[in-house]
Design a binder for this molecule. Structure first.
Ligand code: UTP
Length: 480
């Protein structure tokens, strides 16, 4: 039967101009032959040409009618009572077990340059907590606050962690080795996003070895299909989840499950939401949330005309200022709809990369390592679903409390572990001052997430006291 499977596949691949993937087939061992056939069977080769054509068209198209958002909620410019009411509403939803959190951790983190998944990275705070640990502990604290507000003995927030085949095993092993950072293993679910083959500019898939193709994760937009395929949507429905918060692994300040944001989206009756931060300066290289051809969309900085980025309103505020930080809200029914609508309606973006591959002309299948971009990876972008939402809510929140990205290698002037460390320390310091404490001396300030999720509950501990930096404020049991 292997012969007929091979013949069928070969015919299909040849018909789609991918027959070269069989170049070394006759020289492979029996087990390598099955490996290749299995690898190729998982590729929808007939769909690739249309996918690639759509992506190239998307790349060429650019432009559009860009307008500022018409309605934007703001934590910055809204009175405290209203913001508190959003917080309360969100906390109630969490307390009644209806909110889940999804972490996107499938990226390869090439810029940071660590061989481990990015979430395992220690940005150098006094605790030496990894990004995963910070997030897990914030989740634990949020469960405590929500339970107290609900008068319940405990509350569980399911945490779904999206990995790619490149990050799945090390991520899972790390959580196990760290005893899930004190969370219940049953509340943590790992699931894989898909991959897509990498190809040359004209669409010929590359070989990684003579018996496998080069693959890359299908982008953070891969989340929509993966949630369905991996059974996450069904699991959420079973657990009674109706609201979902998603975020990126590499934001050291992320408030996962943020009650204020969840509450705001619930109040708006939104099926999809985005928490944005004001741009640092007009031409900051971030995606901007605005209206594109009438629909809420995220437009890449390269796509937005320079004169638009400079536009200001009556009080001098930038009109195109809503920086998207991949911090999103979804209703479960929206995600259920996107499982089919995203692949059907949304084109993948083209990333031109240096892609090492097997030289088809070489006798034994030697590897070529290019020095300049030689091919294409296709990536779905998570925010490309916004125009498909029935009611999109956008909430602006202060950058200093929300966003400390870890993208670049240590020592880089922006978005590095160093800049994230400084921002985290500054935010913790602000919490102490706000709670009536004072600081002296030099160095970093850290507050354990188990003590405070977003600055709450610190008065009894710090009011009227002066602390010396470096400072690591933690719960008594953590000190042991
Ligand atoms: P980035 O686009 O910044 O990519 O991901 P990256 O992989 O972390 O880093 P570089 O570009 O290789 O240096 C933003 C977020 O989306 C997730 C990442 O894990 C990160 O949380 N992501 C990205 C995925 O989950 N899957 C992907 O395929 C790509």
């Amino acid at each position: 039967p292997i012969f007929s499977i091979m013949e069928d596949l070969r015919a299909k691949f040849e018909a789609n101009k991918q027959g070269h993937l069989f170049t070394f087939y006759d020289k492979l061992s029996e087990s390598e032959k099955s490996t290749l056939l299995e690898d190729l069977s998982s590729i929808d080769v007939a769909a690739l040409p249309t996918m690639l054509a759509n992506s190239l068209e998307l790349e060429k198209a650019g432009g559009g009618d860009f307008q500022p958002l018409k309605s934007l909620g703001s934590v910055i410019n809204t009175d405290k009572a209203t913001v508190d009411a959003w917080y309360k509403k969100g906390l109630e939803a969490i307390g009644s077990g209806k909110v889940a959190v999804i972490l996107m951790a499938g990226g390869q983190g090439t810029r940071l340059g660590s061989s481990n998944p990015k979430g395992m990275y220690d940005i150098g705070m006094p605790s030496h907590s990894s990004l995963f640990r910070m997030q897990a502990e914030r989740l634990r604290r949020l469960q405590v606050i929500a339970a107290a507000a609900a008068g319940a003995p405990s509350v569980t927030i399911p945490w779904y962690i999206m990995t790619s085949p490149m990050t799945y095993h090390p991520t899972k092993a790390y959580f196990e080795a760290e005893s899930f950072f004190g969370l219940s293993p049953a509340q943590v679910t790992f699931f894989n996003q898909g991959t897509l083959p990498a190809m040359s500019e004209d669409g010929a898939i590359f070989l990684e070895t003579p018996s496998s193709v080069v693959r890359a994760p299908d982008g953070n937009g891969g989340i929509y299909k993966a949630l369905e395929v991996e059974g996450v949507l069904a699991d959420m429905a079973k657990r009674g989840i109706s609201s979902i918060h998603t975020y990126c692994v590499d934001n050291a300040l992320v408030k996962l499950g943020d009650p204020t944001f969840v509450g705001y989206c619930l109040e708006q009756g939104a099926d999809c939401g985005s928490k944005v931060i004001p741009k640092a300066y007009p031409q900051e290289a971030v995606g901007c949330c605005c209206l594109k051809n009438g629909a809420v969309s995220v437009v890449e900085y390269s796509e937005l005309p320079k004169e638009k980025t400079e536009l200001r309103g009556d009080s001098g505020e930038l009109l195109f200022s809503a920086a998207n930080i991949a911090n999103h809200y979804y209703s479960l029914s929206f995600l259920q709809r996107m499982a089919t609508e995203f692949p059907a309606h949304v084109a993948f973006h083209i990333a031109r990369k240096k892609i090492a591959h097997i030289d088809l002309q070489s006798e034994k299948g030697e590897k070529v390592t290019p020095t300049a971009p030689n091919g294409i990876k296709l990536e779905g972008f998570i925010f490309d679903v916004f125009p498909l939402a029935e009611k999109m809510a956008v909430l602006e929140a202060p950058r200093a409390a929300e966003f400390a990205p870890v993208k670049n290698a240590p020592g880089s002037p922006t978005d590095s572990p160093d800049t994230a460390r400084a921002m985290l320390s500054a935010e913790y310091e602000a919490w102490i001052i706000q709670a009536g404490g004072m600081l002296t001396g030099e160095g970093l300030v850290e507050i354990s997430p188990l003590l405070s999720y977003s600055g709450e509950g610190l008065e009894a501990l710090v009011a009227g006291k002066t602390f010396t930096r470096p400072l690591h404020l933690k719960k008594e049991e953590e000190a042991a």
